[in-house]
Ligand binder design. Structure first.
Ligand code: FAD
Length: 406
């Protein structure tokens, strides 16, 4: 049986980055992933400017950068945002393989194995892992167990306890072909009458469409219909720039039928959960203990307003690696709280208001309306998209911008 200093379950962004950082400093690392070859993690693949600045090597992964964004209010008002700094959109197969290859090149041993809680045993000097229902009866032992196995983490359930379904967001969507001609803009549209937003993230060879909403608000049929309307509107606008995003009475029925038929035969559906912790859970939940730690989605680290999790996956990996390498692994708990914990907790507190009403209309409607007429508010919104504007001082920044002359 091979012995390792760190056993990392899950080779998504969190697990692979932690493996790379540890292996590069000579730690003997085993990195496990049970995902079948070629199956992508369900994800929009959007990586903020803040993340690209923190880890510029991410730009070497095959993807595309975007410096313009179309935003729509729930009633369909459009706001064109020219971003100060671009963000990137990746296919998750390309992004995850890139990070995993870096971990391997740094010296981590990568195993294609699914490790569930049933296959994990605590021993006198650490842990023993076994592939459950695997092709081999291989076993691995190690001192530190790291759960980086995503939103449905069985390692987290075992070590930190289960999260209630109300603390999960739902995201689903379709991978669909790029339009035959014209530009493919990146779009974020707040949903009419629902909590959450729809996105269109064009990648090199397809578009990722999706909707993110809360578990409580999720109703499959009407939301799926809404997403189809959104996709239809997106392609309709490529053929006729004056067309509305959401269906209107004047639409060309033949054209819509044609677009629908094409999408019906080509779009591939995907769905998954994203953690969306309540503000009290941030205080109560511990993500590390003697001989173990949780990273990324497994720890619950995603923005409860937007569902963005890649930045937090990478940052938590970095903070954990720093703590481990300093031989104070338990310091990880204090480090993530100090670094981004306050902001994520603030986001949880804001979620209801963000998707609630403000001056007699949805807050998101007002936000887009104000940003259309006010350069300062537009700038704050741009910074929010770039990941540079946190939630802790968002209200103050918006109020201050609103008071400045247009
Ligand atoms: C539809 C959707 C759209 C999203 N869009 C965005 C976006 O545009 N931008 C953004 O920042 N975030 C987005 N997110 C969130 C983002 O996908 C996650 O926050 C991010 O992937 C978390 O990284 P991670 O490494 O913690 O977990 P994951 O990326 O989930 O990686 C976990 C890995 O663990 C492996 N694994 C799981 N169980 C086991 C096991 N038992 N044994 C071995 N391996 C296992 C999995 O195969 C996987 O490779 C989206 C999420 C969804 C669902």
């Amino acid at each position: 049986m091979e012995h390792f200093e760190a056993l990392i379950v899950g080779a998504g962004p969190a697990g692979s980055f932690a493996a790379e950082l540890l292996a590069r400093r000579g730690v003997k690392v085993a990195l496990f992933d049970g995902r079948p070859e070629g199956e992508p993690k369900a994800c929009g693949g959007g990586v903020t400017a803040k993340a690209l600045k923190a880890w510029p090597h991410l730009l070497n992964a095959v993807g595309r950068t975007v410096d313009e964004l179309e935003m729509y209010s729930p009633s369909g008002k459009r706001l064109h945002l020219k971003l100060k700094e671009p963000f990137a959109i990746y296919s998750r197969i390309a992004f995850d393989s890139y990070l995993r290859d870096r971990a391997r090149a740094a010296g981590a041993e990568v195993f294609a194995a699914k490790i569930s809680a049933r296959g994990i045993k605590r021993t006198e000097n650490g842990w023993m892992l076994k592939e459950v229902a695997g092709a081999s009866d291989a076993e691995w032992s190690g001192e530190m167990l790291v759960g980086a196995d995503g939103a449905g983490s069985s390692v987290a359930r075992m070590l930190a306890g289960p999260l209630p379904p109300s603390e999960m967001e739902v995201a689903f969507g379709y991978r669909a072909p790029l339009p035959e001609s014209g530009e493919s803009p990146t779009v974020v549209a707040f949903l009419p009458g629902w909590i959450g937003y729809a996105w269109a993230f064009p990648r090199l060879d397809h578009i990722s469409f999706g909707i993110a909403t809360t578990q409580e608000a999720f109703e499959h049929q009407p939301l799926d219909k809404l997403l189809w309307d959104f996709m239809l509107g997106y392609y309709r606008q490529r053929e006729d720039p004056r067309a509305k995003l959401w269906a209107s009475r004047k639409t060309d029925r033949d054209r819509d039928q044609r677009i629908k038929a094409k999408l019906g035969s080509s779009a591939e559906r995907y769905a998954a959960r994203i953690p969306g912790l309540n503000d009290k859970t941030w205080d109560a939940r511990r993500v590390c203990g003697e001989g173990w730690a949780l990273l990324g989605d497994a720890a619950g680290f995603a923005d409860p307003v937007t569902g963005e999790g890649i930045y937090y996956a990478l940052r938590s990996a970095e903070l954990f690696a720093e703590s481990f390498l300093a031989q104070t692994p338990l310091d990880y708990e204090g480090r993530w709280r100090q670094d981004f914990g306050r902001d994520l907790k603030r986001a949880s507190q804001m979620r209801r208001r963000f998707y609630g009403n403000f001056w007699g209309a949805p807050f998101t409607e007002r936000m887009i309306e104000f940003a259309r007429g006010h350069r300062g508010i537009k700038r704050v919104l741009g910074d929010l998209v770039a990941g540079e504007q946190g939630y802790v001082d968002l209200k103050k920044k918006l109020a201050r911008s609103a008071l400045r002359p247009v």
